[in-house]
Ligand binder design. Structure first.
Ligand code: ZN
Length: 419
């Protein structure tokens, strides 16, 4: 009888744990010395030296010249400038990850470096009525195209992250239910892994956005973060203490399907009536604005909406609001109020430090944010809303694709998902 596998797996678990601690230090602190790493991670000098040697060989960590120079200057010629004082930092271009944001009818693909900076990106539309398999084929083609365009060797790609619409089970990589696409039980992860030969992680697209902001954006060092996104659907993603919060299964953050009107509300894509999504989503606002424009054919709104061009209807509605069209401003303010009530409910349940708004809510943030924020503060329980910061996403339209790529970085590089 032999038991080397037992010892082996324990050793690799310990190593993975140590590696995670070191990589996250680089992510959060930038430049650090071996001595600082040992002190802050409580790992032995030998362990740190071995790990760093390994990371230096792989090119993932580099010696930081400016830090070395500073250390040299501060040591004042006493020649105590050996390795322990040398500044070390992550080389952001040592490895890369790919990300895919699946929106409703839109795909965004990007290759990013270890700091989630976009190296190459591609945008394409897809037919929401097409079977899932057609869309998956299109995604695989776009990913290959984007990787080829980035000119990065495939052995430097650590994996692919996909942010999908609706309910997604991160553990199984299955897109369980996407009402706005009519998808049920689409095995996104396994399908992409087989097709592309890249380790793949899949999560809800808004949860991925929240993760991207928590690791690389406005949500760094925020204890409890909520990201609220509005387009065709309305969803939320939460990050608690640096980890994506996934509830007990596939769903957490389905704020779009919280019931705002218990009786007589409009029918939602999910089959229920009166959901938040039936009041503040992009198609609903466009439909309401078109109705207003028909009633006021000489208004700025009617003129803006009638303009033919590259802009989407929602952008033309924002343009009318920027011109001061009173009916448009009233419409947006009314919808922002519903959003604010949903945010108040969210604050009562989650008590976040920061709420980031994305998608249409960020694009038209001057119309949504003030009313939504005020309503949230007025309606949240016992002043819970007073300390919550509300702001648009730092990443703008890139939030989805940076989030998806962050999911790959978090899973396959920084290893934050399995602890
Ligand atoms: Zn619904």
């Amino acid at each position: 009888m032999s038991k080397p596998t037992f010892a082996g797996s324990n050793a690799s678990l310990v190593r993975a744990h140590n590696l995670r601690a070191v990589l996250n230090h680089f992510l959060n602190e930038g430049s650090v010395s071996r001595a600082q790493l040992a002190e802050r991670t409580a790992l032995s000098n030998t362990t740190i030296t071995n790990l760093i040697d390994d990371l230096l060989t792989q090119g993932i960590v580099v010696e930081d010249d400016t830090e070395t120079a500073r250390a040299r200057a501060s040591s004042d010629g006493s020649r105590r400038v050996g390795r322990p004082r040398t500044g070390l930092r992550l080389n952001p271009n040592a490895r890369y990850a790919a990300g895919v944001h699946i929106g409703i009818g839109i795909l965004r693909v990007a290759v990013v470096n270890l700091h989630a900076e976009i190296i190459q990106n591609t945008i394409a539309n897809f037919d929401v009525a097409a079977p899932a398999e057609h869309v998956l084929n299109q995604i695989a083609r776009l990913v290959k195209q984007t990787i080829a365009g980035s000119r990065i060797e495939t052995d430097r790609l650590i994996g692919l992250g996909i942010g999908a619409s609706g309910l997604v089970d991160y553990g199984t990589g299955v897109n369980v239910f996407a009402p706005n696409l009519g998808w049920r039980d689409v095995p996104l992860r396994d399908w992409m892994q087989d097709r592309l030969g890249l380790p793949t992680a899949v999560d809800n697209n808004v949860r991925a956005m929240a993760l991207g902001e928590a690791l690389f954006g406005a949500g760094r060092n925020v204890g409890v973060l909520a990201f609220v996104y509005g387009r065709v659907g309305v969803g939320a993603g939460f990050v608690v203490n640096g980890r994506a919060f996934r509830g007990s299964g596939a769903g957490a953050g389905e704020i779009g399907h919280t019931v705002m009107i218990p009786d007589g509300g409009d029918l939602c894509g999910c089959g229920q009536r009166g959901c938040l999504e039936t009041l503040v989503s992009e198609p609903v606002i466009v439909r309401e604005a078109e109705r207003l424009a028909r009633r006021r054919p000489h208004s700025a709104l009617a003129r803006c909406l009638a303009q033919n061009g590259q802009t989407k209807p929602i952008e033309r509605i924002f343009a009318a609001a920027r011109e001061g069209d009173a009916a448009t401003l009233r419409l947006l303010e009314g919808r922002a109020r519903y959003l604010g009530i949903a945010l108040a409910n969210l604050v009562n349940v989650l008590n976040p430090e920061l709420i980031l708004l994305g998608g249409m809510f960020a694009q038209g943030s001057e119309f949504f944010l003030p009313m939504a924020e005020r309503t949230m503060r007025e309606r949240a329980f016992a002043g819970l809303g007073d300390r919550v910061r509300v702001q648009p996403t730092q990443f703008g339209w890139r939030a989805g694709v940076i989030g998806a790529a962050s999911l790959a970085l978090s899973t396959f590089f920084y290893q934050l998902e399995d602890a």
